[in-house]
Design a protein around this ligand. Sequence first.
Ligand code: ADP
Length: 499
Amino acid sequence: MNIVHICSEVTPIAKVGGLADFVQGLSASLSDQENQLSVVLPFYASIDRSHLRDVKVALRDFSVTENLASYSNTVWSAQLENFQVFLLKPNHPKRYFDRKAIYGEKDDIERFGYFSHAALEYLLQADIHPDILHLHDWITGGCAPLYYEMYRALGLRVGAVITTLHNLCYQGVCRPEQLSQMGLKNPDHLLTVDKLQDPSKPSKGNLLKGAIVYSDQLTTVSPSYCQEIKTKKGFGLEPLLTRYNNKLTGILNGIDADYWNPSTDPHLAATYPATPHNIEAIVAAKKKNRLALAKKVGLKPNHGPLVASITRLVTQKGPDLIRAALEETLSLGGQSVLLGSAIEDKFYASFCALQDRYQKDGHSFFFFDFDEPLAHLTFAAADILLVPSLFEPCGLTQMIALRYGTIPIVHHVGGLKDTIIDADHHASSRTKPNGYTFSSFSVDHLIDALHRACTTFHKTREKWHQLMINGMSQDWSWKRSAFDYLKLYHFATTHRQQP
Ligand code: ADP
């Protein structure tokens, strides 16, 4: 099969969060002699080219029209791991992809609208006709209506269009003229209830809605999230998702088991033995990693649990709960490390106040940026990882933590519900507990789970070690999920939903 992803992130060259890991992990797992995988991505100025091999021009100077003006574009091809990437660079006066960050610019709709348009134009011009066109969120979901309203008639042949819904919170709500700017002609015809009209702002378009209506198949990144978005977590799109239930499948994300491998991870001070049952050696390696982290970030010696949070600091991730749990950890005599990127302005002052108050004592470290190597070391050094998300489409950090023998404390929701089984409240003897969960989204319930975890850490070492072994013995790799995607790809090409 020829599978083409059009997306905005891929690990390790352009990463903001789990979407990057998803595209890299799925592509690397599926790419073999039968399946040819390509990823079309903007050529961000920030891309570190040292990860790429065989970089060469694939197509030079093809034009894309925006607001009646034509701009020239060049696409480079390169090899990333075992799959191909196509990096698209527009020669556009607004320098759409030479910005500081991947998202968060005022003109994100125009930037990614242009990219979606140019990516399809590239496929057409380069004579690439994929069996599967795989899109991601609103950011490139606009390619679904663009394909069925325009590019199919222009001669681009696609077996089926699939959109993965990574997060319903972001929908690409836009003005009608922004639809025509990205190449969607006749926006009046598209701004109807059954097409792209936003459900709560009828004068606006909604690109994610367009992806849902026009794609042949839709996936979410966990089975529980797939149910939740039809009832309460769909941010206004619940009725639409219920209507299109027949093309909606929940497939749990995997993690790249080679990249997140504590036995070989180059960012660790001490790697783990290959078998999770050698718990004494794992505990010893964890201790060495904790010492290395402590040295790096200025923590004093301490025998209490090290509690970490590695996350974007946005409303979805429960910043108020994270703050409370980090503070409680310190009052219980433990240590805390926060790696919090993409912090929303409204949380900045309170986290800085926490840092000012506690960091000088040498038992906590607060870092408000993205740091991949530091994240690896922290996953290995920590005893507990907090994931108190308000909602969580899948969540990768709890799976990474399990692999590194770090016990997650999670809100029982979405993908967290599908992966973490509580140490004290598991019903069946067939499922092995691997963490702590709390069911009501509140500081009190998180603190209660934290107390349960800390008590076990201090008083019942055997139970703690068993939780570590249980988590480390589970297979969270892409193997299973990649197989499910392949099955869905085959199904999609033989059962098209679009006429
Ligand atoms: P989301 O995609 O919603 O941000 P996920 O849990 O699915 O959340 O994926 C987050 C990914 O980003 C993980 O690989 C995690 O390790 C990484 N990450 C998040 N914050 C940071 C940070 N501050 N520094 C380094 N890596 C981070």
